[in-house]
Design a protein around this ligand. Structure first.
Ligand code: ARG
Ligand code: ZN
Length: 433
């Protein structure tokens, strides 16, 4: 056997090491020779009747299936498609079962391992510059936060707002021209869910663009002159690291659950917004486990603490997830419409128009509960109820072809189009202070 490099301790910025490392990823997959996900498929099911739902529930109990969209069997309903991953050795049984009861399905991903390997579909650049069109592991991102702040002292400052369960620092980059006066702020976080790699890539892209545009009198330059952006590039630092070293499809935190062999809490079910009501689970083995109590997770404490202590300066909250191409706003914990529904709906509609104008990427928008599913304990709802009106969750590309395994070649277009939506919202906020 060959030696698996400890990617968590890779030194960033060395292109040789990077080439070496990419080779290993391609050859080995995240854990184990042959690849942990070799032969696994992702199916999209179209349940139409109660019998179909029962079937899906039974399958989720007996076999190793991993729900991608929605994120948990508890959220499955008729007339909405279900994407999930099936272990290679269960595929043929399952397909036979589906055909028997007439549950329509398509194979979204035929061999998951191939896709995991194909995420890294850009040639490693020869440049020594940090690549914003590559995915980076946590060590690389961490040293990037230090470098970027050091190199741009007039625009960027780095703060540690807390530590994760495994004691990794959670960083916040304040991006904004230092004008001397207290500026209204927009909070932007990425990487709440570990496997959604495009999300931290977007936060890094945003910071890079702010630097590149500084002093150019462009839209973004105006925005960073008038506003501060409080950017958390990776919230779930433990989960993110784990998705690089052990399990590419990890979602939750890495906190241990006493009395259970299952690890982790879903950060986006752990906020104080009708905590652990609809669309969340009390089962530590669930992907939507709400945690032992509200704000039990240190990562939530860090984000919520920071937002609470700046709640009068923060005018908007944007949280970046993937996948499904949606712009969501409160509420997700109830079907009731938010007090500001009209305004949020219009703003989302216009933000999405801006996004779509670039490459034609279709985006849906609406309240979380009706556009996606009911889910309590989310950061967006918590922030909104705290009194920060402009609260949005973005679900970036794609709609399931690659899902969480979006290839690096899509980082650029995805980030470019998303920037337009962010500009739109930020400009609106600036004009409505
Ligand atoms: N995919 C996200 C999640 O499941 C959607 C978040 C929407 N907002 C919410 N409060 N549930 O966490
Ligand atoms: Zn997510």
């Amino acid at each position: 056997m060959f030696h698996v490099p400890q990617r968590d301790s890779d030194t960033p910025g060395k292109s040789m090491e990077r080439l070496f490392f990419l080779g290993f990823v391609a050859a080995l997959a995240v854990s184990g020779a042959g690849g942990r996900y070799y032969g696994d498929k992702v199916l999209r099911l179209q349940p139409e009747i109660e019998e179909h739902l029962q079937f899906i529930k039974n399958v989720s109990r007996s076999a190793k299936v991993d729900f991608w969209k929605p994120h948990s069997v508890e959220l499955v309903t008729t007339n909405r498609s279900v994407d999930f991953r099936v272990d290679a050795d269960r595929v043929s049984d399952l397909q036979a079962g589906l055909e028997k009861i007439g549950l329509k399905y398509e194979v979204l991903i035929d061999n998951l391992q191939t896709l995991i390997e194909n995420q890294f579909d850009r040639k490693a650049s020869r440049s020594l510059d940090y690549s914003y069109e590559s995915y980076h592991n946590w060590d690389q991102i961490e040293s990037w936060t230090a470098t970027i702040a050091d190199e741009n002292p007039n625009l960027i400052s780095r703060f540690e707002i807390g530590r994760s369960y495994e004691e990794r620092p959670i960083y916040l980059l304040r991006v904004g021209n230092r004008t001397g006066s207290l500026k209204p702020a927009i909070f932007l976080d990425c990487g709440i869910h570990a496997r959604e790699w495009i999300s931290p890539a977007f936060c890094q892209w945003f910071v890079k663009e702010a630097i590149r545009n500084f002093g150019t009198r462009s839209t973004l330059d105006t925005l960073v002159n008038e506003l501060d952006f409080l950017v958390v590039p990776v919230v779930n630092v433990d989960g993110y690291s784990y998705s690089w070293t052990k399990d590419r499809l990890w979602r939750k935190t890495r906190s241990r659950n006493p009395g259970s062999a299952c690890v982790g809490t879903d950060l986006n079910r752990n906020f104080n917004a009708q905590w652990c009501a609809g669309g969340a689970s009390r089962d530590p083995c669930s992907e939507i486990y709400c945690g032992p109590q509200v704000e039990s997770e240190k990562e939530v404490k860090a984000i919520a603490g920071c937002i609470r202590s700046h709640s009068s300066t923060i005018k908007a909250y944007l949280t970046i997830h993937s996948y499904s191409q949606k712009c969501l706003f409160p509420y997700s914990y109830t079907h009731a419409l938010a007090f500001d529904h009209e305004e949020l709906n219009n703003l989302a509609s216009n933000a999405v128009d801006a996004l779509t104008s670039l490459y034609g990427t279709p985006f849906e928008f609406g309240p979380g509960a009706s556009s996606m599913y009911v889910a309590s304990g989310g950061s967006d709802d918590w922030v909104y109820d705290l009194g920060i009106k402009y609260s949005f969750t973005f679900e970036l590309r794609d709609t399931g072809k690659y899902g969480f395994l979006l290839p690096e070649s899509q980082i650029r277009p995805t980030c470019e189009e998303t920037m337009l939506a962010v500009y739109h919202i930020a400009s609106y906020v600036l004009n409505h202070l």
